[in-house]
Design a protein around this ligand. Structure first.
Ligand SMILES: Nc1ncnc2c1ncn2[C@@H]1O[C@H](COP(=O)(O)OP(=O)(O)OP(=O)(O)O)[C@@H](O)[C@H]1O
Length: 250
């Protein structure tokens, strides 16, 4: 379980996360949505102890991330998949992570199989496509077989087959009883994967609802996808940071 309690973050004089509270429960996929700049990555970084909150706190199974004894075995995360040493081979990258976290070496082979990269384990990551890099990041997140998973925009760079694969993987992981939090700004794709939606705008909580309830608040006339998009745009309209000249007039 992930608990975010009255979390706040200011950069300079600007509040980017504002008194945010929500709980991410095990056994289901929770989508973490918001327009560009809403504060999703900042929130995830605070949960992972990479950014210090200005106020409030975030707990993973009752403890701050920094206090977890073997963090990768408790909470796996994908933040910026491209943050890799390009000269290192994919398998070596995971073996190094495993060794530094006391994880058995055989687990590296298992996660490479799981993400479909077993055949390219000996290739240097600088030659990887965006989709392969994302898969390697997901492999790293799964290395410690953690009960809690946090993925920031994992769909980025994946082709349709990859998106379907990831959707099934996340659902399976949740069905095993894990806590799965996935950020995105893609409403329709998230709704196909997630059971629960946490929506933020300008760092504030806008909604924390089951997907089915969220769709019901939209009025799009062309089926569920349109209703979801409509509900998302209405909810986040007042918190958009960037808006083109003609947007909002349709
Ligand atoms: N290190 C930083 N210093 C100053 N401002 C920052 C820093 N990191 C993030 N911000 C600002 O905080 C706000 C929230 O950014 P964040 O990346 O958390 O949003 P996001 O919801 O993940 O957006 P996106 O969907 O575009 O990735 C943005 O306005 C961003 O410019």
């Amino acid at each position: 379980m992930i608990e975010v309690r009255n979390l706040g973050k200011r950069y300079g004089g600007r509040t980017v996360v504002d008194d945010l509270s929500f709980t991410v429960r095990p056994g289901r996929v929770t989508g973490f949505l918001g327009p560009n700049g809403a504060g999703k990555s900042t929130t995830l970084r605070m949960i992972l102890g990479l950014d210090r909150p200005t106020r409030g706190r975030a707990l993973i199974d009752g403890r701050p991330y920094q206090e977890l004894a073997r963090p990768l075995c408790h909470a796996g995360a994908l933040l910026d998949a491209s943050a890799l040493h390009g000269g290192r081979r994919a398998g070596d990258h995971l073996r190094w992570l495993a060794r530094s976290n006391g994880i058995a070496r055989r687990r590296v082979g298992e996660v490479l199989e799981l993400v479909g990269l077993a055949d390219v384990a000996s290739r240097r990551t600088r030659g990887f496509s965006l989709g392969m890099t994302q898969r390697l990041g997901i492999a790293a997140a799964l290395l410690g077989d953690p009960p809690v998973l946090m993925l920031d925009e994992p769909v980025n760079g994946l082709d349709p087959e990859g998106i379907r694969w990831l959707r099934n993987l996340l659902r399976d992981l949740a069905a095993e009883g894990r806590t799965v939090l996935v950020s995105s700004h893609l409403m329709t794709e998230t709704a196909r994967t997630a059971d629960q939606l946490v929506v933020i705008g300008r760092g504030r909580l806008l909604a924390d609802v089951p997907v089915a309830e969220f769709a019901a608040t939209g009025t799009g006339g062309e089926g569920e996808a349109a209703a979801l998009e409509d509900a998302f745009l209405r909810l986040t309209d007042a918190s958009l940071e960037y808006r083109g000249e003609r947007e909002g007039q349709r």
